[in-house]
Design a protein around this ligand. Structure first.
Ligand code: ADP
Ligand code: ZN
Length: 536
């Protein structure tokens, strides 16, 4: 990269040290900042805790003019501004929590050119009075850039769609020459594409960090009658360190909190059924270390920046891998090693399945598309929980990232199940996918392999394929485990919108051409799969 000239500083590192006291950049930060200083539009995708904020904060301090930061949560805004002020950085926010006099004063300071970063909520940014104010700012002190934090809120495919975010394109039209930086920790292709399009980013520099969080240890445990004891032991071993326990329902949150309290553990509940004041008080006590454990529904966590959470326990099955990644990722934001445990039970599958059934439109008709996507995502979550492969490999694979496995920091890597050579079976499986013209899902492939006489197989003439019935020697369960393992290892692909359909990729062809062997931890002698339930 050509050396950047940073007015007043020897280098970008020197500026980093001067303003924030850090010696080195986190991966990606430097490249992103270099692009920002050259006024490029930017899309920054980094996992939670990756250090996104600095990517727009440092350039804002080095450029002339004001940088606007769009942020969806008032609490988040306040935290960031307080943290910046603690470093003597001229930042402020404008939101509905301020009185008229205070707001006027802040605007005057901005117009005098002493403020470098202004945080606002998206709805305010688009209000006509505010836009007129920005015109004045632009004329007097200049607009250095617009940073859109939590940019996935612009996408219906993200987990937190906010209609106000859609209108941010208007600001782009009003100030076409002011560079826009969009930042998010949400990584799916679809959301990325939506952000680029919705925010009208021009020839953007796109940075995608690895989503690997090497300091997190992942483990899945079966949830049994006495799982509470295992949970209790786990907490005891943490020796007072902060932790979050996620439950599916408010009732479970309340029950578990009470039980832990009865057993002398410092815990408080957090869920949407509590009064606002109680909820924010509980959260506050957790952040200030006045209470060790937050027992919470998924309502807890977004925008909470508590760096020293040492463990996150899911006492119920999360809805999908992305939610799991985000929620577990609230552990260890300070980079210290931390534990992520998941308790997995058959009962949770039924509960989640029931919840998915409740997704209906205003007329009570099932939202079929949403239900189907939700079921597929749940299936992937179950696969994750059941898998004998490196947990990290599966999580990162979900975000399209290839990881070599053997992370050493997950239960499956620490206590590997013996693997067996299933290359021949994998070839049968993949050639069956090919014979079915890559137009069917796993169940159908297995039916064909096992010579099913079902209507779906016969009506398509799949009983005449050369792969029909060649897999009779294995149970459907064994084939399913092999199929999932192939998916997790990236040896076959699955479409993620609409019905899941198996597709061959380069790796599949390598297997078919006998260029690589396939090892899986599937037992050769059939065993009953206790979690195999019939899902719609
Ligand atoms: P994100 O918004 O991506 O979740 P933050 O910007 O809040 O992450 O950063 C997470 C933590 O890492 C913060 O406490 C921040 O001060 C710290 N941090 C960011 N960049 C660096 C760096 N280069 N060196 C050390 N700490 C950093
Ligand atoms: Zn691993």
């Amino acid at each position: 990269m050509p050396a950047l000239s940073i007015p007043g500083f020897e280098s970008l590192e020197a500026a980093l040290k001067h303003f924030f006291g850090y010696d080195t950049f986190r991966p990606g930060q430097q490249d992103v900042m270099a692009a920002a200083l050259q006024n490029q539009d930017l899309l920054v995708i980094m996992p939670t805790g990756g250090g996104k904020s600095l990517c727009f904060q440092l350039p804002a301090l080095l450029k002339s003019g004001l940088t606007i930061v769009v942020s969806p949560l008032i609490a988040l805004m306040q935290d960031q501004v307080t943290a910046l002020e603690a470093n003597d950085i001229a930042a402020t926010f404008l939101n509905s929590s301020l009185g008229a006099v205070e707001a006027r004063e802040r605007c005057d300071r901005i117009l005098s050119g002493t403020v470098k970063l202004l945080y606002v909520a998206p709805e305010r940014l688009l209000n006509e009075g505010f836009l007129n104010f920005l015109d004045q700012v632009k004329a007097k002190v200049g607009l250095a850039g617009i940073a859109v934090d939590e940019a996935h809120c612009v996408s219906e495919w993200g987990h937190d769609f906010r209609p106000e975010y859609r209108r941010l394109a208007e600001i782009r039209q009003r100030y076409p020459d002011v560079p826009v930086t969009a930042l998010t920790a949400t990584a799916t292709e679809r959301v990325r594409g939506d952000i680029l399009h919705q925010l009208r980013l021009q020839d953007p520099h796109v940075h995608v960090s690895s989503f690997n969080r090497p300091n997190l240890y992942y483990e899945v445990r079966p949830k049994e009658r006495n799982s509470y004891n295992s949970l209790y032991q786990e907490i005891r071993q943490q020796d007072g360190a902060s932790g979050i326990i996620y439950c599916l329902s408010r009732r479970e949150v309340n029950e578990l909190t009470e039980r832990l309290q009865d057993d002398g553990i410092s815990a408080l509940p957090y869920h949407a059924g509590l009064k606002d004041a109680d909820r924010s008080q509980n959260q506050d006590r957790f952040i200030r270390d006045h209470v060790q454990i937050m027992v919470a529904t998924v309502a807890f966590g977004m925008g909470i920046n508590k760096p020293d959470v040492r463990f996150v326990i899911h006492y119920n099955l999360p809805r999908n891998i992305e939610s799991y990644y985000q929620e577990a990722g609230r552990a260890g934001r300070d980079g210290e090693s931390s534990r992520c445990l998941l308790y997995f039970s058959l009962k949770d599958i039924h509960t989640l399945d029931w919840l998915i059934d409740q997704k209906v439109d205003a007329n009570g008709q099932p939202l079929e598309n949403e239900q189907r996507v939700a079921r597929q995502q749940m299936r992937q979550m179950i696969d994750y929980a059941e898998s004998t492969e490196c947990r990290r490999t599966i999580q990162l694979g979900y975000f399209g990232e290839t990881f070599a496995g053997n992370c050493g920091e997950c239960d499956n890597c620490r206590h590997p199940k013996p693997v067996e050579d299933w290359t021949v079976e994998a070839q049968k499986f993949l050639s069956c996918v090919a014979r079915c013209k890559e137009r069917f899902g796993m169940n159908h492939i297995i039916d064909v392999l096992r010579g099913s006489k079902s209507q779906k197989v016969l009506s398509r003439g799949h009983n005449r394929l050369s792969t029909y019935g060649i897999g009779n020697d294995k149970t459907a369960d064994q084939w399913r485990r092999l199929g999932r393992s192939l998916l997790h290892q990236g040896l076959v692909a699955e479409t993620t919108d609409g019905y899941p359909v198996l597709k061959l990729n380069n790796q599949s062809w390598a297997v078919l051409k006998k260029e690589r062997v396939v090892q899986v931890a599937v037992p050769r002698t059939p065993e009953k799969d206790p979690t195999q339930v019939d899902l719609k």
